[in-house]
Design a protein around this ligand. Structure first.
Ligand code: SAM
Length: 323
């Protein structure tokens, strides 16, 4: 049972380039809604996000310990006694970071949630587009590197709405996403852009998946419909490219390889790379262009942007709930 805790000090800005508080534009694009369809998980996320994190959870967790200073600052500036909700908490590296706050994490990946639980954290399996908390439950919420795994604008917007919904008036929400504008541009060359055909069929506004989610299985889509490397994408298209598969290399020597990954290779979820000595999983990413995160949060009448910045190849915003 959680007790209601008072707020005692205002949040400090994280950035010298801090945005002055402004009401978020109330215009929203027509294809975005909070209807139940945005809460149905598209097959691309099931196969290339959820199943991948489930499969790589122990290895992923072993690589995730460095705390991002901007997130640490946000958490350390929260008033003592704040209830902090971490949506998409991964291995829980931010849970408990400020020992004067009470943290609750959630993630779509049950193996990652189990890893958090084993560390003694308060966690549950939940979808970021449908958070299992009542309105105004938390004092603050964070979504660190999660929204770029949602495959439609409607779902990304719904996830923002959920973060705002679950904090109380005056509460703050920190959101970070991967930027198209990567500091190390060579990284992008290691990602696999989704082909035009794939984009039109599965990501675009006319996507059958958006109209009829769940009725089509990605299992039936041959891997050849997904481009390999950048070679199927022209220079122009590459510049506009925002939909990628980002590889995760799971070394053969990891114990997991003997179990789940063997099956994953057999059923096409992963492939072997004998040169690197690893099983390669593709994770779906929608990387954000400049201004896109700000536009995404537009349309929310009950939140304002109190800070926004670019840091270490990520776009970030801090929202304050106003009513
Ligand atoms: C790049 S990791 C970031 C984890 C953590 N926030 C951190 O900063 O280390 C992305 C996380 O988002 C989770 N995730 C992806 N889609 C999700 C969804 N729809 N709902 C909740 N979690 C999701 C993944 O399982 C994974 O743990």
């Amino acid at each position: 049972m959680l007790i209601k805790l008072p707020r005692s000090k205002p949040l400090k800005s994280l950035s010298s380039k801090s945005t002055t508080m402004k009401q978020i534009n109330t215009k929203r694009s027509p294809n975005c809604s909070s209807s139940s369809s945005v809460q149905s998980t598209p097959e691309i996320e099931k196969k290339y996000v959820h199943r991948v994190y489930d499969a790589i959870a122990p290895h992923f967790s072993s690589t995730r310990f460095a705390k991002w200073p901007k997130v640490s600052t946000f958490l350390h500036n929260l008033p003592s006694g704040s209830v902090v909700l971490d949506a998409g908490c991964g291995n829980g590296k931010y849970l408990g970071l400020n020992d004067e706050c009470f943290f609750i994490g959630c993630d779509i990946s049950a193996p990652l949630v189990q890893i958090c639980k084993d560390k003694g954290h308060e966690v549950l399996v939940a979808d970021a587009v449908n958070l299992p908390y009542r309105n105004g439950y938390g004092d603050a919420a964070i979504s660190i590197a999660v929204l770029h795994h949602l495959s439609t604008e409607g779902r990304r917007r719904k996830a923002v709405e959920e973060l705002v919904r679950v904090v109380k008036v005056g509460g703050h929400v920190l959101i970070t996403v991967w930027a198209v504008e990567q500091e190390d541009g060579t990284l992008v060359d290691k990602w696999r852009p989704l082909s035009r055909k794939y984009l039109d069929e599965w990501i675009g506004p006319g996507s059958p998946r958006v109209r009829s989610v769940g009725s089509v299985s990605l299992e039936s889509i041959p891997e050849t419909e997904v481009s390999v490397g950048n070679k199927e994408v022209s220079g122009d298209e590459k510049d506009k490219q925002q939909e990628y598969f980002v590889p995760w290399h799971l070394p053969y020597h990891r114990a997991e390889v003997s179990g789940a990954s063997v099956g994953a290779v057999e059923n096409g979820l992963a492939r072997k790379d004998d040169v690197k000595g690893a099983i390669v999983y593709d994770r779906y990413y929608h990387v954000f262009g400049e201004g896109e995160l700000e536009r995404l949060v537009s349309g929310m009448k009950n939140a304002v942007i109190v800070d926004q910045f670019y840091d270490k190849s990520n776009w970030c915003v801090i929202l304050e709930k106003t009513s």
